[in-house]
Design a binder for this molecule. Structure first.
Ligand SMILES: [Zn+2]
Length: 102
């Protein structure tokens, strides 16, 4: 088993785990219980983690990266150039027309 993803937010980890499983790869979420027991202020060690079997690591990492790109695309973003908040549907800043991501 190898770790392919970890995030402070358990919901985020669950979303990613679902995406991986939807691709037919079984994965295991670890550290969930620790989060609920320790609550806020838990350190990095207590972040929930997604683990997959060694033979699935490469494809799982690709799925994670694709899912993260997707998630980023569906999130409101701040313009690097002028600092305005943009809706996720905007490809370029509504205010200064610069692209949010390089
Ligand atoms: Zn801008």
């Amino acid at each position: 088993m190898k770790l392919v993803y970890s995030h402070q937010n358990p919901l985020m980890v669950h979303n990613i785990a679902n995406v991986i499983e939807n691709q037919g790869i079984s994965c295991q979420v670890r550290n969930e219980m620790i989060i609920s027991v320790m609550g806020e202020g838990a350190g990095f060690d207590a972040w929930p983690e997604i683990w997959v079997k060694d033979e699935f690591v490469q494809v799982a990492v690709e799925i994670v990266n694709a899912a993260l790109r997707q998630a980023k695309h569906n999130t409101n973003w701040y313009c690097d150039a002028c600092g305005e908040l943009n809706e996720s549907t905007f490809e370029v800043c509504w205010s200064c027309h610069s692209e949010g991501e390089p």
